[in-house]
Design a protein around this ligand. Sequence first.
Ligand code: HEM
Length: 205
Amino acid sequence: MKFYFPFHNYFVQFYHLYDKLIFLTMYGLVNIAIKDLVVTNHGEEVWKEICRLSDFEDMDFIGMNPYPDKITYDLVKNASIVLKADAADILEAFGEYWILYTADEGYGDLMDLTGSSFVEFLGNLDMLHYRINNIMPQLAAPQFSTRNQKENSVELEYRSHREGLVPMLYGLIRGLGKRFNMVVTTEQIQIKNEQNGCHVFLIRW
Ligand code: HEM
């Protein structure tokens, strides 16, 4: 069961995040991956339409430059309009794609170093982002920790400065499982609030 639908349509929730996005930036690498995913599956014209609706005339990004979070959220919002798909589904597909994309875009060795098993990798996600932080100094990376590890399951705590990206986690975790030839299922067992400070996922295989 997925808990990230407090509203009927995730788009509604996503839209209301806008006033929280003022100060954060996201490296262009993320936006390039979104473009890649859209162009590969739906073609250049669809991407142009998404950029037009997002008032983003450049239509391209520099991977190592930071861009306001609002651009990324606008692209996802407008992709959801143009493709008539829920924003949550787009984020989830993006999460899975991100694992393949980063491995192909020169971060494969870093991925290899991060862990030789699925659980080890999950436990080292902060180290991975810490290393990326060295080359991307404005990175506002999420934080992760694992707990309650059992033979066929583990729990993952997710802390972020950002809101609304939980669906991406489902895709990221699935993609990471595939990297280790595993079929994993993810269930959100805690929603972040002011007391607990983090989302928690139960991952089984
Ligand atoms: C080598 C592989 C990876 C690279 C290069 C990378 C890099 C990045 C970058 C550049 C951002 C945007 C944040 C910013 O610019 O401030 C980001 C965000 C994020 N990353 Fe990674 N990442 C990698 C792997 C992973 C993996 C394996 C996971 C989890 C399984 C993950 C989870 C996330 C999440 C959830 C965000 C969204 C930001 C947030 O929640 O605040 N990343 N990462």
